[in-house]
Ligand binder design. Sequence first.
Ligand code: ADP
Ligand code: MG
Length: 326
Amino acid sequence: MDEFDLIETYFTWENSSSRADSEDTIAVSVGDDAAVLNIPPNTQLVTSTDTLVSGVHFPENTSAEAIGHKALAVNLSDLAAMGAKPAWFTLALTLPEIDYDWLREFSRGLKKLAQQFQIALVGGDTTRGPLTISIQVMGIVDNNQALLRSGAIAGDKVYVTGTLGDAAAGLDSVIKNLNLSEDDKDYCEQRLNYPQPRLLESDTIRDYATSCIDISDGLLQDITHILKASNKGAELDLSSIPLSQALSKIDKNQSLGYALSGGDDYELLFTIPSEAESVFLEKMQQPGYQITCIGVINELYGSLVDTEGNNLMSKGYTHFSGKAFR
Ligand code: ADP
Ligand code: MG
């Protein structure tokens, strides 16, 4: 099988190319020297790249299907954080060898998520070397509607989607630093290997939030990006941080450590003006959506404290991060 057969077999599928828009946005897809894409009028292109390196961003024994899923999911999460709708992506794949079983599984994970969120694979590159997956996603947003990190205002409520810390606990259980029941281990490993980009939630969040980021490096680290970009501080109520059932069973300090500093959650962290809060909460009453208010923005630039005034950046939660594989 040469490179072209390989692409034909594993990376060509019915592209859900036309999105919600009725016009076809893909003029030229895989097969030419480059893709040619039509950007709908009055919209802006939002683009981002993330690379996963084996042994760095995921343990070497991770299944190919999970790698396919996760490589696209972490990129889609960036589009969600910007409030963009996914449109197209390219895939640069570096493989140590051609392993058809591996490729089939990888392709399955990738394709399933791509079809779920109607993002079309429009090109890529295939090379030999240490296993590395690099994806560039492209999305669209109505002019000047992209959600930035910089818009938080004092008084805004701080919200997160989903539950925090599961992926870091999952990683610790994979590398055997944490003992969980069989069910909880499966749950946390699923959260580590199959993160769900919060694109549906993002479609509503975009219309109400003043700032947004996806949590990839831990809550404390990532909220700091919002505070810096917005020139603000925040007070967090640690008792309101959403934990899964699995995490609420382990030592309280440890679960809080995962939730505050563990990586790979890919939940959204965003700020909502208090006057918009009740309408926003109503709009978010959708099956499967989970959002939790965990604090409030203030004018104290660079300050990040709990409700008792303790400085959260110096509380020593950082050693709980799943950084071994980042
Ligand atoms: P070139 O040498 O002109 O860069 P390539 O041989 O790298 O062309 O790729 C041929 C075509 O196949 C291009 O359209 C490219 O976008 C596509 N392609 C290559 N690898 C992949 C891949 N892993 N997934 C999707 N498309 C790919
Ligand atoms: Mg090429």
